[in-house]
Write a protein that binds this ligand. Structure first.
Ligand SMILES: [Zn+2]
Length: 239
């Protein structure tokens, strides 16, 4: 095999390993971010429930005041009953008292409903807070684990990167530049094998005469379709 193509192949292998390492780090960090976001969301949910309770308690206080007023009205009308003379006046007062009592009852029922709702919201909050506490403890633990894992990955990445840089020194400047640009534009793959006349980067067929030129393993050139650097190495040679 051509010396330069072998260098390119081994450089790319190291670069792909580095890509995989970076991906590993990203997966760890994305996992943490997701969990943090879930925690923030749960916290916001709790605050919303608390605001709901506050609103209900305000309504409760208003109803209490209205009820006291209504009860006062009932008493006032009842004492007035002693003073009325005619049956018509009496009927009117009785009707007023009846209505006021009905109002009191209605408000009482509303208050009972509100109290039940507050109770259910309160237990919901307790449950959410417990979940949040568990999540936050788990998260703190996970943060420590991820930090250690990432540090270990980064250490091995460092020696890997040093090996990679040493490998790249062997390549002449313009070939390295071409390789770097191709890696950026072609999803990390700059150098690809051609098997059975098909580019393993873009899976297009290479013209037969070009493929014949590659077969010796001594030549390399650009894929006419994807511009990646192509070479030929039989499957047996790769093993
Ligand atoms: Zn191609």
């Amino acid at each position: 095999m051509n010396e330069v193509i072998l260098q390119l192949i081994s450089l790319q292998a190291l670069d792909l390993e580095l890509d995989a390492i970076d991906q590993q780090i990203k997966v760890h960090q994305d996992g943490l971010t997701q969990r943090r976001e879930a925690s923030v969301e749960r916290q916001a949910g709790i605050e919303k429930l608390e605001a709901q309770i506050e609103e209900l308690e305000k309504e409760h206080r208003t109803l209490d005041l209205e009820m006291t007023e209504e009860q006062g009205h009932v008493k006032n009308r009842q004492s007035k009953m002693m003073q009325v003379q005619t049956g018509r006046e009496q009927t009117a007062l009785l009707k007023e008292i009846e209505d006021a009592k009905a109002n009191v009852k209605e408000k009482e029922e509303k208050i009972v409903g509100i109290m039940a709702e507050v109770e259910s919201l309160t237990s919901q909050i307790t449950e959410e807070k417990n979940l949040l506490k568990g999540e936050e403890e788990g998260l703190a633990e996970e943060e420590g684990t991820v930090k250690k894992a990432v540090a270990a990955i980064k250490r091995s990445r460092k020696s890997q990167a040093a090996a990679r840089d040493k490998e790249s020194e062997a390549l002449v400047g313009n070939l390295l530049r071409k390789y770097t640009v191709l890696r950026e534009r072609r999803n990390g793959l700059a150098v690809v094998n051609v098997l059975g006349g098909v580019c393993q980067g873009c899976f297009m067929s290479i013209p037969p005469q070009k493929y014949n030129m590659l077969l010796s393993g001594e030549q390399f050139f650009d894929c006419p379709a994807c511009q990646r650097i192509i070479y030929h190495q039989s499957v047996e040679e790769q093993e």
